[in-house]
Ligand binder design. Sequence first.
Ligand code: NOJ
Length: 433
Amino acid sequence: MSFPKDFLWGVSTSATQIEGAYDEDGKCLSIRDCLPEGKIKNNENAKIACDHYHLYKKDVALLKELGVKSYRFSINMSRIMPLYDEINERGLEFYSKLVDELLANGIEPIVTLYHWDMPFWLYEMGGWRTRKVVKYFEIYAKAVVEKLSDRVKYWITFNEPSCFLFNGYVQGVHAPFIKNPLLISKISRNFFHANAAVTRAIRKYAKEKPLVGLSFATSPKVPETESKEDIEKARQITFETPSGILANTWFLDPILAKKPAKVYGIYRVSKKTCEECYEPLDFIGLNNYAPFVDYTSKEKPTYEWTNMLGWENNGKGLYWLTRFVYERYHMPLMITENGLPLKEELKEGKVHDEERIRYIKEYLVNLERAINEGVPVLGYSYWSFMDNFERAEGYEPRFGLVYVDYKNEERYFKDSAYYYKDIIATSGKKLEE
Ligand code: NOJ
């Protein structure tokens, strides 16, 4: 066996990170448009970003040239819900045209409904601190699904809840920059209810049978050796230690197994929440960049290979992640993000990103190992299709296969884009070279 015939070879993006047009066609401001001074590196913002909103046809032509089978993008909630339950038809129209363009080019759309762009009015109402979010997410999901579900089959309810809740409301490092650990249980509870409401809305209003997943930010402990003991120890660290719970189990267990979670004696996801919010998914979306980091440890870890943001690069993580998650939940998986940021410059229209080629190869070889051992994986989306606006780090880290020259919005294939194109064209055989 190897990569399945119908494997969804793809790339990923998200709305705010690429679209620009932050106040066009009836869009309201989101928490990511209202950035206090000093919160983002070099005080950058995403008002223009890659201008994908205006250049989407050219971008789809590049996707076609890359040869991808699928494209994961997100809908900006602030384009669709400018105020309360008002629905902005012009916002919906943009995504409808994008879906048409993708399908006309033989590319399967994978739609993420929420990738962190909460309308500012909803944040002012309380954001994740209030249960009112549930109602608005339900109205939002209904509007999008009614518009696109005659053509879209793959739906992702939320992207990385651990990041938009914990980085946004607990650590205060991402929008809306709130720092309050005591919110952990409450904001999580509101999220679990919103996720259930959105999943139910997709199934209720979809015109074609939908396949629904959620993209979890996940990181596995890589066993020291492949002995039985070391594997069990790594599994235990991944799912049962305090940092393992907050990084993985806190969201995975309640959503996928209706199982309560508890950490540090005070934070918990109750049995009641699990029961009220359980709505089985069709696949598990996994975003993975680095293996598990134990934030409670006083020892500073040393890594063989890291990226410019200090995250460990280790392809074995993708093997252990997919294996551990499958063995715990027994459901199909989809790798919805995985990628390498680099500081890069364009020279004579080229970017020689050997390090990214090495990264892609290492992670995909490990993914293939899991598939060969029987783990069902529906697809892999490299993050990201093109360079874009990275949460708190602005434009310096470039994750793309396609280089974006922000001065004139020209796009250029990096060497890694040609490499990934060959991997897709050979169904993974290229990895053997
Ligand atoms: C996580 C997020 O989903 C995405 O928005 C971000 O740019 C990448 N991973 C890299 O940090």
